[in-house]
Design a binder for this molecule. Structure first.
Ligand SMILES: Nc1ncnc2c1ncn2[C@@H]1O[C@H](COP(=O)(O)OP(=O)(O)OP(=O)(O)O)[C@@H](O)[C@H]1O
Length: 548
């Protein structure tokens, strides 16, 4: 441990001495010093290895948080730099300030009657107002002005805390809570096992980790080898500042996860500040774990599951349209911004969310133009804002990334007209989110209660005999879209529907009514080629085709 610390100290001195060196030296320097995380093109094993390596490097407990000092140091350096470099640095500081302001705005915004407005204490609020920029605002001074008197949870999430000095970082968060739920902290992730790389985007890398035998979580942190860091370091030659700039995205995401509470928004379980890669106070968000959305895979699943995803999405957008923070739009709406948790769609990437409704002037029609690759829309301007632009942008994106692919195909034929109407109306932006939700809930009602079944007066060709408390172990055949890869497992509303399915499959000679149900409450049924492997199974019923 001591050795690791000495190496870390040595490395820090060298990095400081190198003084935010020019970018073309940086790659070589990183290689020489082997700062893990700055290597590129890692495969997943390397990433997991790196995760453990970084964890070992973290200095625990005794080092003081010097982020405020580092920012001052960076500012001093920027003054001593040639003017082009100095303006570069100011540019970086300004970007930090913008992100800082945004996070503060989300924290300050009063919840509409949700009772979470007291999360920002009056003293904190006054302090934040004191630090409002004047015309000659200097980000360094504002950051330095923020004191460290409070230890409130919300302060820890704020950039002001992030940027300020002293020793709070290794406090375990277990005694704190988010909306009444105890939070996880550094000690919770100190001994994680089964770390697996899940994915990364422009800024962040995400790992799956098992906290104990019962809870797996996602650990989200700035990707030191990611595009965001790489581009910033190339431009500004300041890994520490670039890290801080990027980490505001995690702070924003954590703030939004905490302020926006909905079943289709991933839960924030906690967070941890640690030293890593010679950068002090890096932040790791601990969140609910999902599985990345694979569109190709989704196209192969049952309509019922695909409909669930669309309904989850619409319920989410309905909430976002009138959230406690106002109308929230997801600027980056690609499917990769969502994950699945037990079949339910949840948004994970909130760093591109925005609550700003575009400002406009009624005399300039282009102010409220919404441009998409295949369609443009123009919205009305009302009281200086484009009316419902956030809601409409979300809805059109839901149409183009989700509904067109997932809603109509292989849907029950009687539901097709309504589904087509939903697809067309959202594609034309004729409906708002309220009407869209209403119509999707109607589809759910029709489906769940079997009203979609056609009044088939035709008698089945064969009789089916039931055998109670039995199942058929083998005699599987494949069908589409089965819930099981090597058998034909489908959901049905009734025995009558199961008989119709069996009659429509040439191989089907029997089926097993299991005691499992899907999310809509429909029964799962195994369709079989015969009954040779009939065996007893409590609660299940075999239906055997008798002839015909
Ligand atoms: N909680 C989670 N569970 C499982 N996978 C996740 C989770 N959060 C994120 N991921 C995966 O990690 C990837 C990167 O995460 P995230 O989108 O937050 O990073 P990013 O840098 O903001 O990406 P982008 O460039 O898309 O903005 C996601 O595309 C997703 O597939």
């Amino acid at each position: 441990m001591l050795l690791i610390k000495q190496i870390t100290m040595k490395r820090r001195k060298i990095v400081v001495a190198a003084g935010f060196c020019l970018s073309f030296f940086l790659g070589t320097l990183m290689n020489l010093l082997y700062i893990p995380g700055f290597e590129h093109h890692q495969n997943n094993d390397n990433r997991v290895h790196r995760y453990y390596h970084e964890k070992q490097q973290r200095v625990t407990g005794d080092s003081q948080l010097r982020v405020g000092e580092l920012v001052t140091e960076a500012a001093a350096k920027s003054h001593s730099k040639p003017s082009s470099e100095s303006s570069h640095h100011q540019d970086l500081m300004l970007q930090m300030r913008e992100r800082f302001d945004e996070v503060v705005r989300y924290r300050q915004r009063q919840a509409h009657g949700s009772g979470t407005g007291d999360l920002v204490r009056p003293l904190e609020r006054r302090r934040l107002m004191d630090s409002e920029p004047g015309n000659n605002w200097d980000p360094i001074k504002v950051i330095e002005r923020t004191d460290n008197r409070q230890t409130h949870f919300q302060n820890r999430l704020s950039p002001s805390t992030f940027m300020r000095a002293k020793s709070e970082k290794h406090v375990t968060m277990n005694s704190k809570s988010i909306n009444g739920t105890p939070m996880l902290g550094c000690s919770s992730i100190a001994n994680v096992t089964n770390v697996q790389y899940l994915g990364s985007g422009y800024t962040k890398a995400v790992y799956k980790a098992a906290l104990n035998s019962s809870l797996s979580v996602a650990l989200k942190s700035v990707d030191f080898g990611g595009h965001d860091m790489e581009n910033c370091v190339k431009k500004y030659s300041s890994p520490g500042d670039c890290y801080r700039l990027a980490s505001f995205k995690i702070l924003k995401e954590m703030t939004l996860m905490e302020r926006l509470q909905h079943p289709n928004i991933l839960k924030l379980y906690g967070y941890c500040y640690q030293d890593s890669n010679d950068i002090q106070d890096t932040v790791t968000a601990i969140t609910e774990l999902g599985s990345p959305l694979e569109m190709i895979q989704l196209l192969q699943t049952s309509w019922e599951e695909r409909f669930r995803i669309c309904l989850s999405l619409v319920r989410l957008l309905h909430y976002l349209a009138r959230s406690p923070l106002g109308s929230v739009t997801l600027l980056d709406f690609r499917p990769r911004q969502f994950v699945l948790v037990k079949g339910e769609l949840k948004v994970t990437d909130l760093d591109d969310a925005s609550t700003e409704e575009a400002p406009c002037s009624p005399s300039i029609p282009t102010d409220c133009a919404m441009e998409f690759p295949a369609r443009n829309f123009s919205l009305p301007c009302s009281r200086g804002r484009c009316l419902g632009i956030n809601e409409k942008r979300n809805l059109y994106n839901a149409y183009r990334f989700f509904f067109t692919y997932l809603l109509p195909h292989s849907a029950p034929p009687t539901l097709r007209p309504l589904l087509d109407k939903i697809v067309n109306s959202t594609g034309e932006l004729k409906w708002g989110i309220d009407e869209t939700l209403l119509q999707l809930e109607k589809v759910l009602h029709l489906y769940r209660n079997g009203f979609y079944l056609q009044n088939n007066t035709q008698m089945p060709k064969a009789e089916y005999k039931s055998v109670m408390d039995t199942s058929i172990l083998a005699e599987n055949y494949r069908c589409w879209p089965s819930y099981q890869h090597d058998g034909c497992l489908l959901s049905v509303f009734s025995i009558r529907e199961a008989i119709d399915v069996c009659e429509s499959h040439a191989q089907c000679q029997a089926f097993v009514l299991t005691n499992q149900t899907t999310w809509t409450g429909r029964r799962l049924v195994f369709f079989k080629t015969g009954t040779a492997s009939l065996s007893s199974a409590k609660g299940q019923i075999v239906y055997v085709r008798a002839g015909g």
